[in-house]
Design a protein around this ligand. Structure first.
Ligand code: SF4
Length: 89
């Protein structure tokens, strides 16, 4: 009956875990255009994750796929598998 108990999962609302490989980023800003609630540019015009699940998964994946530097890595939270960039392509 403990309705106030929070679930003990560490899984975020989004199904993706994302990383920006900042040394690859050239500050084009495409990711910010595609998923503005998730990505932003810092003062050095390098992208960072401002909110991990700021946009829905489709937008986040589209942002990663649009990055000309493949600087955005997308992992499936459930399996840990990298979704983008695809390996061995
Ligand atoms: S799209 Fe890629 S290169 Fe452009 S700002 Fe985002 S992470 Fe950097």
């Amino acid at each position: 009956m403990a309705h106030d108990e929070k679930p003990k999962t560490t899984r975020p609302p989004s199904g993706y875990r994302i990383e920006v490989v900042r040394r690859r980023c050239t500050g084009v800003g495409t990711c910010v255009e595609k998923a503005p609630r998730t990505f932003d540019l810092d003062d050095d015009a390098v992208a960072y994750v401002r909110k991990a699940n700021g946009d829905d998964d489709g937008k986040i994946l589209a942002a990663a796929q649009a990055c000309p530097q493949d600087a955005i890595l997308v992992f499936d939270v459930a399996t840990g598998q990298r979704i983008w960039p695809q390996e061995g392509g």
